[in-house]
Design a protein around this ligand. Sequence first.
Ligand code: SAM
Length: 358
Amino acid sequence: MLPSSAFGIQVNSTDLQTPAGAQPEKISDVPLTDKFGRTIHDLRISITDRCNYRCVYCRTGTNGAAFAELPFDDYLRMARVLIGLGITKIRLTGGEPLLRKGIVEFVRDLSKLRTLQGKKPEIALTTNGHLLAEIAQPLKDAGLDRVSVSMDAVDPERFARITRVPNGYDSVLAGVRASQRAGLDPVKVNCVLLRGFNEDQVIPFGMFARDEGVIVRFIEFMPLEEGRVWTPEVVVTLDEIVARMSEYRPLVEIERAPSETARRYRFSDGVGEIGIIAPVSRPFCGHCSRIRITSDGKLRTCLFSVWDHDLHELMRRGEPDDKLAEFIEAVVNKKEERHHIGEPGFVPASRTMVHIGG
Ligand code: SAM
């Protein structure tokens, strides 16, 4: 049980050794690499674990926080140190990141950082899209490059049953369209399919991808939900999705970068792209390039980690950047080789998806 003081509070800003957003010092020439030789260049920062949706497969019915949120300057300092170690991409997530006031300024500050190659880091956002329509253009202007919007159905009634929020569908669709108008590129739509619930949405999403000009990505359901209801039978697998979509129109697999999690497909007439992220039926741990920071400033090396590493504690103690960098390197070196979904003796992650940052 967490202390009630942990709910939704902001931890005080730390006694920083250097300004949070100062140009990253080149801390290392060797890219951040784990003991299995995987280069870590992809950072996800959860800026809150609150959410305004209560998706049936994610939450047990509440939308409250379980962990603290930090001031943006603290995340900025962590990002700066990590960029100094070789991070090139930053994705903001949650919870629902658009619930945090100040996100536009945070994106602007992140976009002033420079990678070891001297470039602006790629900045992406994962959101449920409910509040996106108004803020898509300001985010783009601040330096956001791309957005992934989560939608698990393309009909309003089913959408409401999944999210347990009435009338969300139109707001999310408006958010998707506003993102395209703002020039966020690409705009991706992420869908988690559950057998017996929304698996019939495969073809409607194929049509949606073509009509709206977005990349729809199906994500296999992982055992990361609050209710611990996952079973292998509920997972709609890559093979099934490809088979179902091919009944609508033939798919052609297209090339992808080695560290890209999604297998990519075009429809055979060249109109529309879909992707399938298949961590359950086609694990890609061998190419994982990610590290995560939770809303309360813990480092996580895998979605399925059974522990996390308190980076923020070092900041609270007033440690300088090089000590943070040493800590991060040691943590990355402990990155798990792979997840063990579906194996006997599988130990659930110490946090569920919404409290890690998807
Ligand atoms: N609120 C934001 C959103 O809705 O995109 C960001 C957080 S949400 C946890 C990030 C993504 O994780 C969403 O696309 C959601 O569908 C997905 N997700 C949540 N639980 C999942 C699970 N158990 N397996 C696979 N994906 C999951």
